[in-house]
Ligand binder design. Sequence first.
Ligand code: SAT
Ligand code: MN
Length: 594
Amino acid sequence: MTEHAGLAAWVKEVETLCTPDKVHWCDGSTKEYDEMMQLMVASGMATKLDESSFPNCYLFRSDPSDVARVEGRTYIACREEENAGPTNNWIDPDQLKETMRGLYQGCMKGRTLYVIPFSMGPIGSPIAKIGVQISDSPYVVTNMHIMTRVGTRVLEVLGSAGEFIPCLHSIGAPLEPGQEDVPWPCAPVEKKYISHFPDENLIWSYGSGYGGNALLGKKCLALRIASVMARREGWMAEHMLILRLTNPEGRRYHIAAAFPSACGKTNLAMLQPSIPGWKCECVGDDIAWMKIGGDGRLHAINPEAGFFGVAPGTSYDSNPMAMDTLKSNSIFTNCVLTDDNKVWWEGMDEPCEHGIDWKGREWTPASGEPGAHPNSRFTAPAKQCPAICPDWEDPAGVPIDIFVFGGRRASVVPLVRQALDWDHGVYLGASATSEVTAAALDIKAKLRRDPFAMLPFCGYHMGDYLQHWFEMGDKLGDKAPKVFYVNWFRKTEDGRWLWPGFGENARVLKWMCERIDGKVDAVETSIGLMPTADGLDLEGLDIPAADVEELLRVDDNAWKAELPDLREFFAKFGDRLPPRMQAQIERAEQFQRA
Ligand code: SAT
Ligand code: MN
């Protein structure tokens, strides 16, 4: 319970509206977690995995309709439609609330209402924020235990009048007396709503029990609502991993990097450098909150406490650190259950001959469909990662030296380049583009523009967001991080990878560190500052000189061919496109005309 009158009143109000059978205040304890898991095993929602291979781990199978975020049902309900901008869905807040109140009416009948007090960021950190989620899903409670800091300590920090972000969630599946429950209750897609009311820091989610739709601390609070707060208050909430790189002399560099999905963000966050003497540690794999510190530099915290990672493709080969993290105390959703009660997914080191697929059907490799859903997930405590940075919970955060943007492009975009200056860096982040398919050549692939990897996560007008980036640069001045753009995914015309990726990406990060220390020269080109022929440390790497040349080649004609589409994309922002972005587009056009 709480001494906070505002919180108590809100919980009472929701209880009256949603009419649950019971109310449970979460204390965040291990006992609470274990009891809820036992409850879900008993009800058939969860399967306990083999205790010797996966201690304290559980598998869940969602409803086949409830497997990912629903961007089409996600709303930014600010007062003025204009302020949501062209990249968000908008509904008038009063109207949306009326619709949703209708849905919430009696929606927790037959269920328990859980009150989940949580902190995004180390409890008490000046960068952290407190949220309170109400949910009728025990699956959500256990995931929130891993992904955030839940419990009584949060209520203590909140005190009797502290500020919190109310996050209301229901799976939207009331139980009538005598009605039998299903393993994964949820509402049909046309009744799902993931709603944000940024003018009052409020989140209302209905109808889904999955991932970012339901774990409201993550994308809803830490990105959509926080991005609005950050702009208002002069800080940054970004869809970025955070890592610390230490060189052989012990000098530390902190990197924050944004990539669209399917570009190996989690792998980069847990990179194991191939070059001798260099060490990499993970601070966060998905979200960075950054504030200017007393030293004038930008300091970042990871607001989360766990990893909600895509399972398929994760293996000892691609990401041993993630594999070691998820070995215990983890939750798996929509993976294959093997005959010996372990989990499996496509791309794991060993093949699986027989098991139960994510839909609960018998499965073999001959079944003709993936056994694990492509968006199947692991929820694992960050502190279990062998590469976690010892300072990952430092309330002051880590000082960011370098921003990295990137995307997946088979052609045109070189392995690495440095922005000419801050404004050019903002232009690089804003023009980030990735192939939706893993097709061999760009011509066949569909390109998705995803500025700063924030397209589905920016809680206000993207044009204003770009302006906020420019203004942060003005505030930071010469203490601003240096900006780079990478592409690990270049291919030859016949589809061969040009760059080995994974641990070898440390060579590119090393070049960035040497650039900021002024240790290596760069070549100025029309698209930025490029490594010189011998700029990258390629020692011990078996790669043909011609491939390196191709990886670093600037094809002005190809760049020129992309500019009309980019201009069209930016035109969507209308008169909210910052003049400084306009100037960058014109600069690019001029260069490529010359
Ligand atoms: O489902 S989440 O939003 O938490 C993960 C993702 O889509 O990136
Ligand atoms: Mn993400």
